[in-house]
Design a protein around this ligand. Structure first.
Ligand SMILES: Cc1cc2nc3c(=O)[nH]c(=O)nc-3n(C[C@H](O)[C@H](O)[C@H](O)COP(=O)(O)O)c2cc1C
Length: 178
């Protein structure tokens, strides 16, 4: 069976991006899903001097090996000050030291949500521009704006957005399975 990895770009216990991923996982059929919580991969802040002195942390190698097994990635990024959260960027920087093609040329559905009306548009723009250089084959991007107005914690309350995410999830699944 094909396997996808899901990652929320947040270390919050109440992450709304984890919420969006949880909904999305419920739509996926006949694909194994490995959900990664960045809290399970606590890493030192990346620095060239730290790496020269200590090498690559075991947790990074563990994550990298997990990525080797993936047939696709479903990512939902939290936006902090118009960019990646510190925990996500730090993890990405470490992973890129093991393999610059972090995303392994596999299909990726790239999502974001925020309570604001721009719905993480800035971090989505940054990731969709740069992730292809890290080996991402982005099938679609999806932004869920005004999270609390459009999602009730388990289900979309906005029908247009629900239709959009379902279409994009189907397309992603087809790519992963092909
Ligand atoms: C330090 C900080 C910076 C933030 N910056 C932004 C921002 O630039 N854009 C935005 O839409 N929301 C911003 N927010 C609000 C987050 O979108 C909100 O906390 C959201 O819940 C984060 O996603 P998460 O719940 O998955 O962690 C910020 C929140 C924090 C704590």
């Amino acid at each position: 069976m094909k396997k996808i990895i899901t990652i929320a770009g947040s270390n919050s216990q109440k992450s709304i991006n984890k919420n969006l991923l949880c909904y999305s996982k419920g739509i996926i059929e006949n694909i194994e899903i490995i959900s990664i919580d960045l809290n399970d991969f606590v890493l030192p802040i990346y620095g060239v001097d730290f790496e020269a002195e200590n090498g690559i942390p075991t947790a990074v190698k563990r994550l990298d090996r997990l990525f080797d097994t993936a047939d696709g990635f479903m990512i939902s990024l939290a936006e902090h000050n118009g960019s990646y959260t510190a925990v996500f960027k730090n993890t990405l920087d470490w992973l890129s030291r093991v393999n610059t093609k972090v995303w392994r040329e596999k299909p990726m559905l790239l999502m974001t949500t925020s309570p604001g009306s721009r719905g993480g548009a800035t971090v989505l723009q940054a990731a969709s521009a740069y992730f292809p250089y890290m080996g991402a084959s982005i099938t679609d991007t999806f932004s869920l704006p005004s999270f609390y107005d459009n999602f009730n914690g388990a289900e979309f309350t906005n029908e247009d957005l629900k239709e959009e995410i379902q279409f994009k999830l189907q397309k992603f699944q087809t790519k992963v399975k092909s």
